[in-house]
Ligand binder design. Structure first.
Ligand SMILES: C[S@@+](CC[C@H](N)C(=O)[O-])C[C@H]1O[C@@H](n2cnc3c(N)ncnc32)[C@H](O)[C@@H]1O
Length: 421
């Protein structure tokens, strides 16, 4: 029960108050025992990932709209339907616990309705197949995909987004890959990322506390590699927190300056540096206004973005953002690009990246490089043989449907430039 109550509060925070899933989870699941916490996370992520289908089922069952004060009943129903259709919860428990949850959340008057809906869904789940097949993610999110990636790929992406993503980690010392793969029960991907076959609770995994690795999707580990050999170079990692790419660059021997304007997120970056024993200069500043003493050999700009590339891990993004956000983000990305170009030495590299699936956020493009820069196409073989992710124009594009037999990838875009001498 406490895990379902937490799941209810998390859904309410995310969907009614537009709080990010991670924040809502931290707030409402903190008091739970580890197992209940893991269950609440899995349940809420599933309810959000399957929201279009779950909404279609709820709409098919409700004869009239819920009264204004009882909108939260939809979250109770969503939790029950997620369990009924997509989890192996015992059928008798689904309806009973949903009724109990409805009462506990103050929806005594709707308890009968909750019971009736869930019993119907359990009795005739196939009756909703047609409604579910029609359900789709919001238009601002998915409508641009067919033109950008092709209709077939866009359809496969939608399916891939329904899957729970694997847990990927980056090792501080890549030479230890075989040993750590064995200890963690992981596969070593072509790019050196370790992909765990069974994740469980991250905190319990060997090597985390002693800083031998950090969690980072295999696609998120690619942009930092595009700076090439960085040993001994001065590298600015802009928009750096919580620091996955800073850690990679520091582990590769770069003298890194990590800049982020959020002091809370920089706190997490510092914790990550301390845990891994890696070193970087840390600056809390707006990268657009920040003026270091001298420019850098290389700059990585992991620009603020819609994060739709991480939908598998953060399915709340589909419900918390809108077309207006994409428009604003593109403007921000354009301004940041213009402002940070001055931080690159003549002859130095600039990599722009975003964890987005939206073509409008491919803001830095070889077709229109920042003034004073030339595109530097990413070459075949540069990213562990994953040439499927390198486009004809030399940019990087990963999609959730890439690497299908091994659990997919987060969506990332990256473009590389060199400052003219
Ligand atoms: C996509 S996240 C970065 C992820 C990080 N690079 C990593 O690999 O762990 C974007 C970050 O940009 C930061 N940010 C947004 N606008 C910024 C700005 N103008 N200057 C500095 N940081 C900014 C946010 O605080 C956020 O931490």
């Amino acid at each position: 029960m406490p895990q379902r109550a937490a799941a209810f509060e998390i859904l309410r925070s995310v969907l009614d108050q537009r709080q990010a899933l991670d924040e809502a989870f931290a707030r409402h699941a903190a008091p739970l025992a580890p197992r209940d916490r893991a269950y609440a996370r899995a349940l809420t992520a599933l309810a959000l990932r399957r929201k279009p289908e779950i909404d279609a089922v709820i709409d098919a069952c409700l004869e009239r709209p819920l009264p204004p004060g009882a909108r939260g009943v939809r979250h109770v129903l969503a939790i029950g339907i997620a369990q009924a259709l997509f989890m192996d919860t015992a059928p008798h428990a689904v309806a009973a616990t949903a009724v109990e949850l409805a009462r506990a959340m103050g929806f005594e008057r709707q308890a009968g309705l909750v019971n009736a809906v869930l019993r119907r869904v359990l009795r005739e789940p196939k009756a909703f197949d047609a409604a579910r097949a029609q359900a789709s993610l919001p238009g601002w999110l998915v409508d641009p995909w067919p033109a950008a990636y092709g209709a077939d790929t866009a359809a496969v992406m939608l399916k891939a987004l329904l899957e729970e993503p694997p847990l990927d980690i980056t090792l501080k010392d890549p030479a230890g890959a075989a040993d750590w793969a064995e200890r963690l029960g992981a596969d070593v991907l072509d790019t050196g990322t370790l992909r765990l076959r069974q994740a469980g609770a991250v905190e319990d995994l060997p090597g985390l506390a002693e800083g031998a690795w950090w969690v980072q999707d295999a696609a998120a580990a690619l942009p930092a590699r595009l700076l090439g050999e960085v040993r001994g170079l001065r590298v600015a990692d802009l928009c750096a927190a919580p620091g996955g790419k800073t850690l990679q660059l520091a582990a590769a021997g770069a003298r890194v300056t990590a800049v982020d304007r959020s002091s809370a997120r920089i706190g997490r970056l510092r914790d990550n540096l301390a845990r891994t024993g890696l070193d970087a200069e840390v600056v809390v500043a707006d990268a657009a206004a920040w003026t270091p003493a001298e420019p850098f050999d290389a700059v990585l700009l992991d620009a603020p973005c819609s994060a739709t590339g991480t939908l598998r891990r953060h399915p709340d993004v589909a419900w918390s953002k809108s077309a207006a956000d994409i428009y604003k983000l593109r403007k921000t990305q354009q301004a940041l690009l213009t402002d940070v170009a001055r931080l690159v030495k003549p002859g130095g590299r600039l990599v722009y990246c975003v964890c987005s699936l939206q073509p409008d956020e491919e803001t830095a493009s070889p077709a229109a490089p920042p003034p004073g820069f030339a595109p530097e196409p990413i070459g075949a073989g540069e990213i562990g043989g994953w040439d499927f992710a390198i486009r004809a124009d030399g940019t990087l594009r990963t999609l959730p449907c890439h690497l299908p037999a091994r659990g997919g990838l987060d969506g990332f875009y990256a473009a590389r430039f060199r400052r003219l001498p």
